[in-house]
Design a binder for this molecule. Structure first.
Ligand SMILES: Cc1ncc(COP(=O)(O)O)c(C=O)c1O
Length: 487
């Protein structure tokens, strides 16, 4: 065997036999389609046995292994111990259920191995088409820009950075915040997601510069309190620059009064960003879209296609009304990224001019497939149905004397708990038991200082029977006799 690297340069990583890999690839595809077809027969989630966890302690492999052997390892030790969010009984956090065409598109994207940082190629046109669709959906102008990112945490961070440029000008990119005399302050409600404060932190503005405005009993931002906070900051010499409204709060699914926020931000000349991580796609559901009134007046919107849009992870997105401001927030000159008017280096501006990522995968493709194959009517119907299921769950809770509802049901999220002594501990135990039972997987949150079982119905596969199974299991697990056995 030769050791000369030039002489062996025809030894690529491509399979020696495409026939063999084709057959193996078909088996892998069949396995994932079987997984989705028979997902109901599995537990939602199951704990990883110690022996399985130990398997992942092995060192970096120097020698090759057969594809079928690695696939077999995946089937035995990875797939059965996944989060379970494809399962209709998964109701924790805010996880989408994925979908088969989106999964297949991910394979196509990986096959193309496209880098969507820049250059002139069709994959970027796919992303640009989705940007146009989102402009139309939210009534943004043709000059608005958009970009795929990992998720809404990242989209919110980008929005804070664009808002900072709007407030301080592009010089801040060179001189930094320390050189800016203005002490910027931003505003969001107490129900806003933690990633908004994190974005302030990552931008160097600091978490304390995010003023936490009280929310009402429905977790909607208190507009009078927002007005008062802005006025107080101006009097104290701060420079208010940004208001973040939420369309679908993470705890209970509240939608801020977006029209009210649009009025205030216009009057006060502040950037108006909407965190619509899951709620913004309610725009696809005719019965829910009116509740987003005012979103069309936002300066920027963050949303995730991987939540209510059912696109496989990850597929976050940001839309910015002023595309030029968005570009000047991130675009940088580099001789090795020189643009041309023809050839592969044409097509400027490139996606890398709108965010920090230069290497970017083809997230747009699985989103494009999902939107095209299902159509927005079916996706909107899924969104409406999950809200109807949440209302059904609410009714079941109200009818069960052992249970109490902890927050008003506004979209697809239901917060409730089993009554009992030491109810926080009891309900935390019920949720852990539920996870281990494999029947359902809600999560928990704190509502008014009380631990709630939180069911966020996001998955297109969830049916009434799954919601009923959740309720029946909670009632059974909360039975004092069971509590006694668990103690
Ligand atoms: C309202 C809200 N904002 C932001 C996020 C963070 O989104 P991501 O997990 O995609 O970063 C979430 C996640 O659930 C959310 O519900």
């Amino acid at each position: 065997m030769t050791t000369d690297p030039v002489a062996s340069s025809d030894a690529s990583l491509d399979p020696p036999s495409f026939e063999e890999i084709r057959a193996q690839g078909h088996r892998m595809l069949d396995d994932m389609l079987d997984y989705l077809e028979h997902i109901r027969e599995r537990p939602v989630w199951q704990p990883i046995p110690d022996a399985v966890r130990a398997r992942f302690q092995g060192g970096l492999p120097a020698a090759p292994a057969g594809l079928s052997a690695v696939h077999d390892e995946f089937m035995r030790f990875v797939l059965p111990f996944a989060t379970g969010n494809c399962h209709p009984g998964f109701m924790g956090w805010v996880h989408g259920g994925g979908n088969a065409p989106g999964m297949l598109a991910e394979m196509l994207a990986a096959g193309l191995n496209a880098n969507l940082g820049g250059r002139d190629h069709a994959p970027i046109e796919v992303e640009r088409q989705i940007v146009r669709w989102m402009r139309d959906l939210y009534g943004f102008p043709d000059t608005a820009s958009g970009l795929f990112v990992t998720g809404t945490s990242m989209a919110n961070l980008l929005a804070v950075l664009v808002a900072r440029t709007a407030a301080l000008g592009t010089d801040v990119r060179d001189t930094g915040l320390a050189a800016a005399a203005a002490r910027l302050t931003a505003y969001a409600s107490s129900a806003a997601h933690g990633c908004v404060a994190q974005a302030m932190d990552l931008c160097g503005l600091g978490r304390a510069a995010l003023r936490v405005v009280p929310a009402d009993g429905y977790h909607r931002i208190d507009l009078a309190a927002l007005d008062a906070a802005i006025a107080a900051d101006r009097r104290a010499g701060f420079t208010p620059f940004l208001v973040v409204g939420t369309a679908g709060t993470v705890d209970i699914g509240a939608i801020d009064d977006l029209t009210g926020l649009a009025e205030i931000t216009r009057r006060e000349r502040l950037w108006f960003h909407v965190d619509g991580a899951f709620g913004a796609l309610a725009m696809l559901a005719p019965d829910l879209a009116p509740r987003l009134a005012g979103i069309e007046r936002a300066d920027s919107i963050a949303l995730d296609f991987h939540k209510w849009g059912q696109v496989p992870y990850d597929s976050g997105f940001i839309l910015v009304r002023d595309g030029e401001l968005h570009r000047t927030t991130f675009a940088s000159h580099a001789s090795y990224l020189r643009r041309e008017t023809r050839g592969l280096a044409a097509g400027s501006p490139w996606p890398c001019d709108f965010g920090p990522d230069l290497s970017r995968g083809f997230r747009a493709l699985k989103t494009w497939f999902t939107l095209k194959v299902h159509g927005t009517e079916a996706l909107g119907a899924v969104i409406s149905r999950t809200c109807a299921l949440a209302r059904h769950l609410e009714q079941r809770i109200l009818a069960a004397p052992q249970l109490e509802l902890l927050a008003p049901v506004q979209l697809n999220i239901v917060c409730f708990r089993h009554r009992g002594e030491d109810a926080d501990q009891l309900n935390a135990r019920i949720v852990a038991d539920l996870h281990e039972s494999g029947i359902a997987a809600p999560s928990t949150t704190m509502i008014g200082g009380r631990l709630a079982i939180r069911a966020a119905i996001v998955n297109h596969r969830t049916r009434q029977g799954d919601v009923d199974a959740l309720i029946e299991a909670v009632v059974a697990l909360g039975d004092p006799a069971v509590a006694h056995r668990a103690a």
